[in-house]
Write a protein that binds this ligand. Structure first.
Ligand code: SF4
Ligand code: SF4
Ligand code: SF4
Ligand code: FES
Length: 430
């Protein structure tokens, strides 16, 4: 059978749903409550298309095409329907994609991940995460006014996480002898200056395999750029030594940059910011193609909710590992289609007020490494229809929710995490 989609003829195999025929023809209609070969019932309307003859908006995941049908999958009405559906789904979504501490950090540092690694005893990995983002993490702790700690959600139910103290303790565990020089790429780079941005650029070029030299006018690295009296000398020296051992050659007291023709790459960081963590981030961006920028034009959508309510406060007070961290970021974000679509459809501030009955950060352990967070569920039902004696619907209407009775946990297969279109069911090693 042939039909017309976006003005072009496409073929439809017998019994094939419209969404699959379109995808086979290279037109990627989005979906949330539908997954190929899984049992589903259409509910989200993200796969909306327009029947050009009747003007009707149809869910393509539940439409069996008829001969001669003409469908539009990109007209303004379709985009409007999908956008509205996303906004409605997000109005019932009490969750943060990124933890507020990371959003507030001028260096975009993943504090929650550091805390996770630290509390699992993975100190080397936590240190590496810090260095790869902040380059001079402990030094920054003394000169940054720590917006991360001011905004920390734990602060609204108890004492905020002492993020800077965690970082300083981790840096104190540095094993200088374990630092490995990255494999060389055969190219040389010169970096002007030794401020936070220059050190960051040098560090990341070094990681890319360049033989890097820093040329600094002053007699010592960093001194001219930060309020050095605030940073203990041993900390400063330790962090500079780490960069040196990575292979960065530091030439101080050089009034002039060397001849650029002696290098494959010359970097002169000019930063707009005076905030040291921000300068580090800018240095990184100068020498890498950063796709996860917090300010790029395709900045990922970030779901967030305002404050904990009283019942959340009660249950969260007791939570948190030794650092007290609540791990506010979404552990299932890597596979979240809801976030990806909200980004693609440019949802900034959903038009509808948050109206969720679910508790933020309430996490149910299904089994080792598999978790369920009801506040991130869009009630698509995929987990219900595709587990036997597993997830179930509870209540009706606005109060309807998805639950997993504890005795059913054993029946849950980890593959449901891949089927779930959001971060509500996720795999994590913690
Ligand atoms: S489930 Fe998706 S949209 Fe919700 S917080 Fe997680 S990443 Fe963000
Ligand atoms: S509780 Fe943890 S993840 Fe949440 S804002 Fe504080 S440090 Fe960040
Ligand atoms: S938990 Fe189940 S109902 Fe909720 S979004 Fe995931 S698959 Fe859909
Ligand atoms: S209604 Fe088709 S994907 Fe949800």
């Amino acid at each position: 059978m042939t039909i017309k989609l976006n003005g072009k003829e496409i073929t439809v195999a017998p019994g094939e749903m419209l969404i699959e025929a379109a995808r086979r023809a290279g037109i990627d209609i989005p979906s949330l409550c539908y997954a190929k070969d899984a049992r589903h019932k259409s509910s989200c309307m993200i796969c909306a298309v327009k029947d050009c003859r009747t003007g009707q908006i149809l869910p393509s995941c539940a439409t069996v095409p008829a001969e001669g049908m003409e469908v539009d999958a990109e007209c303004p009405e379709v985009i409007q329907t999908r956008t509205l559906s996303l906004e409605l789904l997000l109005s019932d979504h009490r969750a943060d994609c990124e933890a507020p501490c990371r959003v507030a950090c001028p260096g975009n540092f993943d504090v929650a991940m550091m805390n996770r690694l630290n509390e699992q005893g993975m100190h080397v990995e936590a240190l590496e995460l810090m260095r790869n983002t902040l380059v001079i993490p402990a030094t920054l702790c003394y000169i940054c006014n720590a917006p991360c700690e001011k905004i920390c959600r734990k602060g609204t139910v108890g004492t905020p996480v002492a993020i800077r103290e965690v970082k300083k303790r981790l840096v104190a565990q540095t094993d200088l002898n374990a630092i490995v020089r990255p494999a060389p790429n055969g190219q040389k780079a010169a970096v002007e200056g030794s401020g936070p941005a220059s050190l960051s650029a040098a560090y990341h070029l070094c990681k890319q395999g360049f033989e890097v030299s820093i040329f600094e006018k002053d007699s010592a690295v960093l001194k001219n750029y930060i309020e050095a009296e605030k940073v203990p000398e041993d900390i400063l020296q330790l962090e500079i030594e780490v960069i040196r051992r990575m292979g960065v050659n530091m030439q101080c007291g050089k009034a002039q940059m060397p001849d650029p023709s002696d290098f494959d790459l010359v970097v002169s960081p000019q930063t707009k910011s005076k905030q040291p963590a921000r300068m580090v981030l800018e240095g990184y961006r100068m020498v890498t193609k950063n796709t996860e920028s917090t300010e790029s034009t395709d900045k990922p959508f970030n779901s967030t909710f305002s404050r904990f309510n009283d019942s959340e406060k009660k249950s969260l007070l007791a939570q948190g590992g030794s650092s007290g961290c609540l791990y506010c970021d979404c552990a299932g974000k890597a596979g979240c289609r809801l976030r990806r679509l909200a980004t693609e459809y440019h949802i900034k501030n959903p038009r509808y007020a948050k109206n969720s009955i679910s508790e933020a950060l309430h996490r149910q352990k299904i089994k080792d490494g598999l978790w369920f967070e009801p506040a991130k569920c869009i009630k698509c039902g995929l987990c219900v229809y595709n587990s036997d004696d597993g997830f179930t619907f509870k209540d009706r209407g606005f109060k309807m929710k998805i639950t997993l009775p504890e005795e059913n946990s054993a029946n849950i297969d980890a593959r449901l995490a891949d089927l779930c279109p959001t971060g509500a069911i996720y795999k994590i090693n913690a």
